[in-house]
Unconditional design. Structure first.
Length: 491
């Protein structure tokens, strides 16, 4: 355990760390973050004895730091500095062997068999064994960083102090290093104290984070409690956004650039619409932030291009996504920039409606057919349905800024309006004979320009929700009536 109590560190007469009190627990990954000049490196140097404390105290496992001899401290603690050293003319294996110095005795300081085993293991763990006979100066910055980490691990410390350990490392080696450190805290009870500039790496790998500003503690807690949007924006003096990681329960921080781009006076006016019997394609000068269940571009994404493609009702592809990507490429469209749906419904029945009001400004596209209409309350009685093309596809474009909660509310509002239109048009489930709530393959998209007026909510009683529901309801009824007329004419 590391204990710092009322710790103050100075350069000359200037306090660079002021009155810090905290503990680092055994087997913990303890992160230190903050802008340049906040005292991160100075604090790390004080913990390893490189800078004296002007006031307060530091204890390692209950013993004052000053009471340790240099060899005792080297057995207890290893340090990986911020800058990869370049003064060595030794080979990589010789550099790593220096980590065994605290354990060597006598004048000859010979390497034992145990030393050799530890050195080899450290180099294997850091992927530097293949460089063992190479002079350190011939390696890249990232490779040198890994060699110095191997040297630190060869000390077999209880505590590992790291100053920007991912400096010079590519993404693969960053992940390997931090994954290994996290594993060693569990398997070896290694204590890791690390300075990190990458807030997302700190979030993913640290058990607790200390946030510093001008040498003082701003926060010390779990990543969820320290990496707060307003707090980070204030400390770092930049615009950022906090979201949640899609796979693990950790926050993710995204920087918001001031790119100077001017949005068009109306994002809806900037949409170019091509409506044929083969597809409905909309393209935009600026990207729209979307939440959808599309074949391509599902989830939260950003897009310039939107395609609702008609396919035959007997359409089948082993891999619909790959087939669709090939289709887009064939038509000169970027599959990564295109939100793409498909439908067996006839696109000549589709409706495209735009709000008459200046605000909220919306545009809605609806294509629909009801041959596989389903009553959701009776669907549990039906056999499982294989994934096929969509039947009712709904696009909603909103010229304004939406938080993510409003996207979900907009999805609910659109779905409720769709269900009401199906009810009023008396569309029935072919199996149960009851009023349908949708079809078995419906898809929906909510798109926002993320510019202009903020709409915090999109529920049915809000100004945005009211207009959205009206357009979806009216568009659904228009489309369904065209669909029914066409079927009637065909009979």
């Amino acid at each position: 355990m590391i204990t710092c109590e009322d710790l103050t560190v100075q350069y000359g007469t200037k306090d660079v760390v002021r009155s810090l009190t905290f503990t680092v627990n055994k087997g913990e990954v303890f992160g230190i973050i903050g802008p340049n000049g906040s005292g991160k490196t100075s604090l790390l140097k004080a913990i390893n004895g490189g800078l004296p404390a002007a006031d307060g105290r530091i204890e390692i496992d209950g013993k004052p730091l000053a009471a340790y001899s240099s060899k005792e401290l080297a057995k207890k603690m290893a340090v990986l500095p911020q800058q990869a050293e370049t003064a060595f003319s030794y080979s990589v294996s010789e550099v790593v062997a220096l980590g065994r110095y605290p354990y060597q005795k006598g004048w000859l300081q010979r390497t034992t068999k145990q030393d050799e085993e530890v050195i080899r293991a450290a180099m294997k763990q850091t992927d530097t064994w293949r460089f063992r006979d190479t002079p350190l100066q011939q390696l890249s910055g990232g490779e040198r960083q890994r060699v110095l980490l191997a040297r630190a691990l060869a000390q077999e410390p209880d505590i590992l102090l790291l100053d920007e350990p991912t400096n010079h490392l590519d993404l693969s080696h960053q992940m390997q290093l931090l994954d290994a450190l996290h594993e060693w805290t569990e398997t070896r009870q290694l204590t890791v104290v690390t300075v990190l500039h990458d807030l997302n790496m700190a979030s993913l790998y640290c058990d607790r984070i200390l946030l510093l500003e001008e040498g003082e503690m701003v926060a010390l807690d779990s990543p969820h409690k320290v990496l707060k949007e307003d707090q980070l924006a204030n400390v770092y003096q930049t615009t950022l956004m906090r979201k949640e990681h899609p796979s693990v329960p950790r926050p993710l921080i995204t920087l918001i650039p001031d790119n100077g781009e001017q949005a068009p006076s109306s994002a809806l006016d900037a949409l170019t619409i091509e409506h044929t019997d083969k597809w409905i394609k909309m393209t935009s000068v600026t990207k729209w932030k979307t939440l959808s269940s599309a074949v391509l571009g599902a989830g939260f994404r950003w897009h310039h291009t939107f395609v609702n493609r008609h396919v035959d009702k007997d359409y089948h592809a082993v891999d619909p996504e790959e087939e669709y990507r090939a289709f887009l490429t064939e038509h000169g469209l970027d599959d990564e920039d295109t939100l793409a749906m498909m439908t067996a419904a006839r696109l000549e029945d589709a409706s495209i409606l735009r709000s008459e009001k200046q605000r909220p400004a919306l545009l809605v596209m609806i294509s629909a057919g009801t041959s596989n209409a389903v009553d959701a309350s009776r669907a549990h009685r039906l056999p499982d349905y294989a994934k096929t093309v969509g039947t009712i596809n709904i696009w909603v474009f909103i010229d304004g800024e939406l938080p993510e909660a409003a996207y979900v509310q907009a999805l609910m509002t659109a779905t409720e309006a769709k269900a009401k239109a199906l009810h009023d048009e008396e569309i029935r489930d072919g199996s149960s004979g009851t009023i349908a709530t949708g079809t078995s393959t419906d898809s929906v998209m909510i798109a926002s320009s993320q510019a202009g007026e903020m709409f915090p909510y999109a529920g049915t009683i809000t100004p945005l929700g009211k207009e959205l529901a009206r357009l979806v309801y009216e568009g659904m009824r228009q489309t369904l009536q065209r669909y029914k007329r066409r079927l009637g004419d065909r009979r």
